[in-house]
Design a protein around this ligand. Structure first.
Ligand SMILES: CC(C)(COP(=O)(O)OP(=O)(O)OC[C@H]1O[C@@H](n2cnc3c(N)ncnc32)[C@H](O)[C@@H]1OP(=O)(O)O)[C@@H](O)C(=O)NCCC(=O)NCCS
Length: 180
């Protein structure tokens, strides 16, 4: 996949964002990191406890490839408003056809169908990437995200109790998944 792969022009009564999905470029990394960092202090989304940097995230970004583990952005009027990435679920070969996905949306563009559309695209494209199962690792208290994945047909496959420590609170991690 190269240029714009899909467009979303929903005309519903609820607010919807108009955007296209395309492969992320290295030049998108600052905004990708900004969107990510905006969630760190909420203690709801990521196990990172401090804001990260573009430099620190470059090796992670470069692990992606469009035909195996893509990294996509949602772009609205030339501006990146969300992103989704695929990564290896676990390094051993037997897990090759399972990928972990993460999705983040700029908080000014939430509840407008951006994550839903990104996840739909991930589900639709997975078979052509050799992926037969998708998983998400989500804090059990991240209700918006759990609802989102549930809405897209993911089931709760596992619960790792009290594996994260966030400001002296022990938190559970939920594994959601679906076959594609
Ligand atoms: C979770 C997140 C990705 C949702 O993005 P979004 O673009 O706002 O989601 P959408 O508008 O596509 O919502 C699709 C569905 O998800 C559910 N949902 C999304 N946000 C929700 C919220 N705050 N509360 C309850 N349900 C929510 C709803 O079912 C929604 O459908 P509806 O709007 O028709 O009710 C966004 O809140 C976010 O970036 N959070 C921080 C990052 C994160 O938690 N990522 C997931 C872990 S990888």
């Amino acid at each position: 996949m190269t240029a714009a792969i899909s467009e979303d022009r929903r005309s519903q009564t609820a607010a919807t964002a108009e955007f296209k999905i395309r492969d992320a470029l290295e030049s998108d990394l600052p905004i990708i990191v900004d969107i990510y960092n905006a969630t760190v202090l909420t203690r709801m989304v990521t196990a990172e406890l401090e804001a990260t940097t573009v430099e620190a995230r470059l090796p992670w970004f470069r692990e992606h490839s469009p035909d195996e583990h893509p990294f996509w952005v949602a772009e609205n009027d030339g501006r990146v408003i969300g992103w989704l990435d695929f990564k290896k679920f676990l390094p051993r070969c037997a897990y090759r056809s399972t990928a972990e996905i993460s999705v983040y949306v700029d908080d000014r563009f939430r509840r407008q169908g951006v994550a839903r559309r990104l996840l739909e695209e991930a589900i639709a494209r997975a078979p052509s990437l050799g992926i037969t199962a998708l998983v998400g690792l989500i804090f059990a208290h991240n209700e918006p995200s759990l609802k989102l994945f549930e809405r897209l047909g993911f089931e709760r496959w596992g619960l790792l109790p009290r594996v994260a420590r966030l400001d002296n609170l022990k938190r559970d991690l939920t594994i959601v998944g679906r076959q594609v």
